[in-house]
Write a protein that binds this ligand. Structure first.
Ligand code: MN
Length: 270
């Protein structure tokens, strides 16, 4: 049995099927992890969402910012943006089942045997892996409760931009969500910066990639994340693995076999 973690799909089902052939994925033996942003921008969002859902417990998915955006649009808290390719999902006959499945996915997944932790954007320097899971669960519980609409209505926003144990209510949930689904650059004290989206050299003075800082409390989990295509898969950190290699932008779709950290990749058409 092997476990493969796969980067951002963003509606690119054809490259996913090619990659699954390449790794000779067997649903009877193997497991798949997806680093979030299953949908949007790419050509086959509806088909991709249906396919990953159909994998059932063979697939572990963490939510990305695009997945949360879809939930907000579906539930009437946001409107489609110019580059969104979500209309076919909104009009699909199975949209309610897809939405229910999506809103019950986690924001953080930890495997205590393989010693891996996965979120869409990463882990801020101020948290260890166990804290990350605990804070993620606060958002997950909200998405699975009748408070989901209260949260999605105020989910968007860059403030507060720094963790504080004393944060409460929706500010607390928004801050956790921003760390786990939108983070790229921050300060050593985990204050977020949202403007730069290019590679590490695009950092504004005083900010650096979240993974460039020593974590406040070191632990022995390797980190898997997606979200940041401009890294082109490189963090130059042995235990931090960037899996978004820009499939939807004509890059590649990447999988890592967790048991031995072997990388597999398939080119994506532009
Ligand atoms: Mn993302």
């Amino acid at each position: 049995m092997s476990t493969y973690a796969i980067g951002d799909l963003q509606g690119c089902l054809t490259p996913l099927l090619t990659l699954l052939d390449l790794i000779e994925f067997s649903p009877d033996k193997d497991r798949l992890w997806f680093a979030g942003d299953l949908i949007n921008r790419g050509p086959e969002s509806l088909e991709t969402l249906r396919f990953v859902k159909s994998l059932g417990d063979k697939a572990t998915v963490v939510l990305g910012n695009h997945d949360l955006h879809l939930l907000a649009v579906m539930r009437g808290h946001a409107s489609l943006k110019r580059n969104d390719t979500l209309a076919d999902i909104l009009l699909s006959e199975d949209r309610d089942e897809l939405m229910e499945w999506l809103q019950s996915r986690p924001l953080c997944h930890i495997d205590n045997v393989l010693k891996f932790v996965m979120t869409h954007a990463g882990i801020p320097p101020c948290w260890d892996s166990i804290e990350t899971q605990r804070y993620a669960q606060e958002v997950e519980r909200t998405l699975s409760s009748d408070r989901i609409d209260d949260f999605l209505a105020v989910m968007y926003g860059n403030k507060p931009d720094q963790w504080d144990d004393n944060l409460i209510g929706m500010d607390r949930l928004r801050t956790i969500t921003n760390y786990l689904t939108r983070m790229r650059f921050c300060t050593e004290s985990s204050q977020l910066e949202f403007k730069s989206k290019e590679g590490p050299t695009s950092a504004i003075s005083g900010y650096a990639p979240w993974f460039s800082y020593p974590r406040k409390k070191a632990d022995d989990y390797d980190v898997i994340f997606g979200h940041w295509a401009a890294l082109e898969g490189n963090t130059y950190k042995e235990h931090i693995h960037a899996l978004d290699t820009g499939c939807v932008w004509g890059g590649a779709l990447t999988a890592m076999r967790l048991e031995d950290k072997t990388l597999y990749s398939t080119p994506c058409p532009t």
